[in-house]
Ligand binder design. Structure first.
Ligand code: NAP
Length: 249
């Protein structure tokens, strides 16, 4: 095959791919030919079902479990993933509260899980990509990184910092075949926001405020990540691409 989005022969690690956006991204990478390492915080039924679904489609798929808030587990995840060509930083934790309601422990948990783990994975896996002369890192950001919603102070700050980290990584490896980009979703209907979106008094004004007049699906996020991970986008690095139905306009 010599298709522009063919990534046969590459291995992709997608964090938080048991469900939601990560699952859709990982499946898209697998369908484009990559061997896929699925990942979740725990060995859940969702993770097992996802890997089984990938294998049923003929993909080369395996799973690694690990809490990204624990640096030892992140190092093990990096080691067991065995020098992947593609890293998608998708998993995150998100909690709501006014600034005065958060305590130091919650700040630390979210920073460890969302930001430190990303730094660790980029630091541990990026150099091998640069040595090989080919690599792709895609971070899943959030509209909150630039326009924080109320009650998401720590989450928004971790996403802003993660985007900034991607910019430095993009600069450092640009001449060595490694691209580093951010894909920034708007409102995507997943388990994460199922409860808040089930309240019409919250969901309907929000939907109406989005130029596309709908919430996104996990699959809406997958195509751009696949493109960034392919040779079709080998000259795209340091970009931040919104997938938000025009929400950030
Ligand atoms: P989700 O449905 O809540 O899924 C979260 C994934 O992350 C699961 O695979 C989960 O694993 C994993 N995870 C959670 N905590 C973890 C931990 N401590 N260690 C390791 N893995 C952990 O999320 P989503 O809505 O698809 O969001 C995916 C990404 O998109 C996130 O970075 C989120 O910030 C971003 N995003 C989402 C939206 C949206 O509207 N949904 C909007 C903007 C940005 P388990 O299954 O084992 O729990």
């Amino acid at each position: 095959m010599n298709e522009p989005f063919d990534i046969s022969g590459k291995t992709a690690l997608v964090t938080g791919s048991s469900r939601g956006i990560g699952r859709a991204v990982a499946m898209a990478l697998g369908r484009a030919g990559a061997a896929v390492i699925f990942h979740g915080a725990s060995d859940s039924g969702a993770l097992r079902d996802t890997v089984a679904a990938a294998q049923a489609e003929g993909m080369e798929a395996r799973k690694i479990v690990g809490d990204l808030g624990d640096s030892v587990e992140v190092r093990r995840l990096a080691a067991e993933s065995d020098r992947p060509d593609i890293l998608v930083l998708n998993a995150s934790v998100q909690s709501y509260g006014k600034i005065e309601d958060f305590d130091d422990d919650e700040f630390s948990r979210m920073v460890r899980t969302n930001l430190r783990s990303s730094f660790q994975l980029v630091r541990l896996l990026g150099p091998a990509m640069a040595e090989k002369g080919w690599g792709r890192i895609v971070s899943i950001g959030s509209v909150n990184q630039g326009h924080p919603a109320p009650r998401l102070a720590i989450y928004a700050a971790t996403k802003a910092a993660q985007k900034n980290l991607m910019l430095t990584a993009a600069r450092e490896w640009a001449a060595r075949g490694v691209t580093v980009n951010t894909v920034t979703p708007g409102v995507i209907a997943t388990d994460r926001n199922a409860k808040v979106l089930s309240d019409p008094s919250f969901a309907e004004p929000l939907r109406e405020s989005i130029p596309a007049k709908r919430f996104g699906t996990s699959e809406d996020c997958a195509g751009i990540v696949l493109a960034l991970c392919s040779d079709a986008c080998s000259y795209v690095t340091g970009a931040d691409i919104s997938v938000d139905g025009g929400m950030s306009l």
